[in-house]
Write a protein that binds this ligand. Structure first.
Ligand code: FES
Ligand code: FES
Length: 177
């Protein structure tokens, strides 16, 4: 099977019953993606597939053959933290850190959904071309990512600073620092 993982094209031979999460962690040594519940309830295993967030524990790797997969290891470009990673540090957005890679991958995918005006459960006007990332939108859209340490206020602050404070692209803001 052929995949592109964090920009690297890979041809792999594996049992077709292997989950995407187990492929990443156990076969490729990408331990940043975490296994929490292993049944789609916690979000710790969230990765991006062609920019869309999925729970990798619920996916068979074979379903994503030929696709581009990004894990937390792939978000930090050339040794420097992604702006959202830095914001998590700045706002104490984690304690044990177990949920953090999933939170960050999920938030990156979530921000793209907002940019594309994909409505959420709390979006009142479904015909809007632009959706504001209010705190209620943010909390609803991130509700699939559980933090057992309860670091939610810091998580929300970090995501708000990175994606909701203005419409500037995060990488542009990083350059401007
Ligand atoms: S480990 Fe996948 S949702 Fe919990
Ligand atoms: S920081 Fe510990 S589970 Fe979220």
């Amino acid at each position: 099977m052929q995949f592109t993982i964090n920009g690297n094209r890979m041809d792999l031979i594996m049992d077709p019953r292997t989950s995407l999460l187990d492929l990443l962690r156990d076969h490729l040594g990408l331990g940043g993606t975490k296994k929490g519940c292993n049944q789609g309830a916690c979000g710790a295993c969230t990765v991006l597939v062609d920019g869309e967030r999925i729970n990798s524990c619920l996916a068979l790797a074979v379903q994503y053959e030929g696709r581009s997969i990004t894990t937390i290891e792939g978000l930090a470009a050339q040794g420097s933290l992604h702006p959202l990673q830095q914001a998590f540090v700045d706002h104490d957005g984690f304690q044990c850190g177990y949920c953090t890679p999933g939170q960050i991958c999920s938030a990156v995918g979530m921000a793209d959904e907002v940019k594309r005006a994909v409505p959420s459960y709390v979006t009142e006007d479904l015909l809007l071309d632009e959706i504001e990332l209010t705190d209620s939108e943010l909390r609803e859209r991130m509700s699939g990512n559980i933090c057992r340490c309860g670091a939610y206020n810091g998580i929300v602050d970090a995501i708000r600073e990175t994606f909701a404070a203005d419409r500037t692209e995060p990488n542009d803001r990083e350059t401007a620092r």
